[in-house]
Write a protein that binds this ligand. Structure first.
Ligand SMILES: [Zn+2]
Length: 197
């Protein structure tokens, strides 16, 4: 416990972030306190801006500042292909490869019954609606973890009755592997060489 309750509270707040333990949280807070006026103001402004401006794209559910994200509102993208990912950061990883020119659908997580995440917590229904509206192909671009596999097979059951081609990313994703940590070349190959699901 620190002599200042507010500083202790700030350290605890940083410790709720992924990958930040107590030591890192303390380093961040000491860094901020070394020049509180400019550093804390800049951080506060950046957080407030994100909080007030960023929302979910009405079509694909990724993070966006407008009703539709820049990808969904880009007429050069191919609406005949919809790539399903778990999180916005997976979309960014595939986008960075430049290997996919279709649209995306962000589930908002993966099925994980033990954590209380069922189909209703994800955007599965909206995916089915989009698939009914007729893209030719739905690409399941999920990681190779247990939750991702369970989610993929749940989605395949949902989509199979629909007149849509279902594909999955090809070779190169190691078992247990997380999409966002794949090197761009492997991810590019996985997108290019996708296979029937
Ligand atoms: Zn979008």
């Amino acid at each position: 416990m620190f002599s200042s309750n507010s500083i202790d509270g700030l350290i605890r707040a940083f410790m709720t972030l992924p990958g930040i333990g107590r030591r890192s949280a303390e380093r961040i807070v000491y860094h901020l306190m070394a020049d509180p006026h400019s550093r804390i103001t800049a951080l506060t402004e950046a957080l407030t801006k994100v909080d007030s401006r960023v929302r979910r794209c009405a079509q694909c559910n990724t993070l966006a500042e407008e009703e539709l994200c820049p990808i969904c509102s880009d007429p050069r993208r191919d609406p005949g292909k919809v790539c399903v990912v778990a999180e916005p950061r997976d979309l960014e990883a595939i986008e960075a490869t430049g290997a996919f020119r279709g649209l995306y659908h962000v589930l908002g997580g993966l099925l994980s019954p033990l954590d209380g995440v069922g189909p209703r917590e994800l955007t599965c229904d909206r995916l089915v609606e989009r698939a009914k509206a007729g893209p030719g192909e739905v690409v399941l671009a999920l990681s190779a973890t247990v939750e991702a596999e369970a989610t993929a097979s749940y989605l395949m059951d949902l989509l199979k009755p629909l007149p849509v081609r279902i594909t999955r990313l090809a070779r190169g994703i190691p078992a247990g592997g997380s999409l966002e940590f794949l090197d761009p070349r492997t991810l590019t190959q996985a997108v290019a060489g996708r296979v029937e699901a």
